[in-house]
Design a protein around this ligand. Sequence first.
Ligand SMILES: [Zn+2]
Length: 439
Amino acid sequence: MFKSFVNSASVTSASRRLFIISLLISMPLSAAESLEPNIAPPEQELLSWLSDQETEMINLLERLTNINSGSLNKAGIAELSELFSQELSAMGFNIDTLPGGRIDMPSCPGSDYSIDLADHVLASKSGRGKRLLLLGHLDTVFPLDSPFQNYRREGDRVFGPGVADMKGGLVVMLYALKALDAKGLLEDMAVTVLLNSDEEMGSLSSRKYLEAQAALHDYGLVYESTGTNNLVRARKGLGQARFVVNGKASHAGGAHEQGRSAIKELAYKIVAIENLTDYETGVTVNVGIVSGGEARNTVAPCAEGLIDLRYPTPEQGLEAVAEFEAIFSEVYSYSGNTDDITTDSWVNLHRPPKIPTEESDYLLEKTRALGRLLGQELGVTDSGGGTDGSLTQAAGLPTLDSLGIAGTGAHSNREQARLSSLLERAQLSAVLISRLARD
Ligand SMILES: [Zn+2]
């Protein structure tokens, strides 16, 4: 699995020894980094082809950003699906549609939290060599009624919804493939592209497809943003839960004692849940949204909350779920007969922690070494946020999940990206993909 970075086919063993010795003498970096061969002429052609496409890449980013694709905007996501299906089909990929579907969650009467998710795109082509799985998401966190809708450019910075997370990454991925196609290198490669529509909802519908594809491939590449030029090595796991407390409505003046306040019970539960946060162990819990009640003078018959969970290890995730369940089944606010207070819940550990392996570290260091050859200095960082790469890595596929455009401010109206990184990352990916296919 861990091959030398020297391409043994290109040098005889004696000259290779000399080559290695001369490298060792002049080497300021670690051995693994310095032994990466230089950019070969066919790779140089990929770089030049992409340089000529920079304006087209920027135009596509503008076009994609101006199409709203909030996770629940099925029409916008369908427009993007069609665009990518056509592009990938033209390069010889077979296109399949993977059904989205409904995710039902408990909710108070009048606040339906069930979600209806758009379909996903699976594009695949067979070939020789290592099988590569390329992942991207079509959705953004910005719904149709968000005030943040348009692409705007100021010099080398662009602003817009999803410009970094991850429409820039989609452009990077597409143009890396287009470069390989233009130079006749794609034809023999075994590549699958999965574009899901629900990543920002936690990949609740696409998870099964991601895990199934992970089992069929050798390397996973995810085109989430590189942030400030960093590749992410490890990530915390993520969980989410909805809980709905049902009480008993009553007149707040005339029959207070006959009521069972769902809001009062919700308040106790919020405190118990928030107290699960432990900065020492790295487990954090956040009750991010609450609602409930019907009127000021009515004892609340229903109240609900939405929880975010972050956890460093799978065991901690399972422990937190068990603690949530215990809190949901307890009644804190009334003693005696508590039959009138019940709690419905939905809990989902939607992102396992991304725990580095030797193979994923190999992928990461190989990419950094290639970045250096291209004049791109890529750092390494850990993250509290999850991606689909967390799912594929946990399913056993060595995955690198931050190959997209350099950008900051994701999920806010400050979202922006460095435009020149569009070409840089497409060049990095085109060469990386061609090397990994022959790995
Ligand atoms: Zn993203």
